[in-house]
Write a new protein. Structure first.
Ligand SMILES: Cc1ncc(COP(=O)(O)O)c(C=O)c1O
Length: 341
């Protein structure tokens, strides 16, 4: 039986054409700056995101860490949403390696409002207080159910940060999901930030990697930090080729299909009395359920894989490896096994 794996969009596998592009990639040693395919992906990504330069990094976690290390000094305060990935799921790296005081901001479905962030900025010239120097937002939000920032909301946040002499970073693990749903130009959105990255290995279907973008001076420093963190890779054009293939072949635009399937899933299950407590405008849904572990096991026995979220919710995520047929089987399996009384 084919599995329908709704645990995460990070589970997408490179398809045959992407693998062929990887096999054919022109390679060199990227630590020596000699991998032409990596250079092409970096130049392409910088232009796409309205930034001067970009850098291939092994993971989103490393992209976030590099940005936080560059934009701050130990002992300073970072503002980020209370449900953000950087705060909750990156192993405490901001405390361990960047020496930051992370100040969680109350959010609405993962999103921070500029007025709320403004209340947490502390820059008093008094030795009692840590200075707030950076705000990080997530687009789309993971625990917020895939909600996204509009251009105007991001402009307000960037405006606040720059007025206060702070930097702003965007964790774009699912950046293009948000931009596609908002109908927003990547260059206009990206240019608002001091640094921004997107993941190759989530909805875009590549096996690994992320691309971090910013000013030329920022990326120059980022290259040094990437090396310090052990992220300088050699013939990594083999991975960059997958990214270029995704960009060149409509994989960004195809994210709208994942959103359509997620919406169909929601409508079909809501009609049967299932409850989704958050809006889910892109590809991530949290389903309220009495006993998530029992539900997860029952679904898994029928080949439908989901992720436990908390004692009341299961997470499902749509991605390019879920077909319309898989969607229908998932809907039917949820209804049959878990229909609310
Ligand atoms: C919002 C968000 N940021 C960062 C990451 C980390 O990305 P990576 O797994 O590439 O380190 C993830 C991973 O799921 C994520 O969802």
């Amino acid at each position: 039986m084919n599995r329908i794996d709704l645990r995460s969009d990070s589970l997408t596998l490179p398809d045959a054409d992407m693998r062929a592009a990887m096999a054919a990639a022109e390679l060199g040693d990227d630590v020596y700056g000699e991998d032409p395919t990596v250079k092409r992906l970096e130049a392409r990504s910088a232009e796409l995101l309205g930034q001067e330069a970009a850098l291939f990094v092994p993971s989103g976690t490393m992209a976030n860490l590099i940005a936080h290390l560059i934009h701050t000094r130990p002992g300073q305060t970072l503002l980020l949403s209370e449900s953000s990935h950087s705060l909750l799921y990156e192993g405490g790296n901001l405390a361990a390696f960047a020496g930051l005081l992370s100040r969680p901001i109350p959010d609405t479905h993962g999103k921070i409002a500029a007025a709320m962030a403004a209340r947490f900025v502390m820059q008093i010239d008094d030795p009692h207080f840590s200075h707030t120097t950076l705000l990080t937002i997530e687009n789309t939000t993971n625990r917020g159910g895939g909600t996204y920032y509009t251009l105007e909301e991001a402009q307000q946040l960037a405006g606040l940060c720059h007025e206060r002499g702070m930097k702003i970073h965007c964790d774009g693990a699912r950046l293009f999901n948000g931009l596609v749903a908002a109908g927003c130009s990547p260059a206009e959105f990206g240019a608002l930030f001091d640094s921004i990255y997107y993941s190759l290995s989530k909805g875009l279907g590549c096996p690994a990697g992320a691309v971090l973008a910013g000013s030329a001076a920022f990326i120059h420093q980022a290259r040094r930090y990437r090396k310090m963190l052990g992220g300088g890779l050699r013939q990594v054009g083999v991975l960059a080729a997958a990214g270029l293939y995704a960009l060149d072949n409509g994989y960004i635009e195809a994210l709208a299909e994942d959103h359509r399937r997620a919406a169909t899933f929601r409508e079909a299950l809501e009609a049967e009395g299932f409850v989704f407590p958050q809006p889910f405008p892109t590809n991530i849904a949290y389903l309220r359920i009495d006993n998530p572990m029992a539900a997860l096991q029952a679904l898994a026995a029928e080949g439908v894989l989901t992720l436990p979220h908390d004692p009341m919710h299961l997470r499902v995520m749509f991605h390019r490896d879920i077909t319309d047929e898989g969607l229908q089987r998932a809907i039917e399996t949820f209804k049959r096994l878990l229909k609310p009384a």
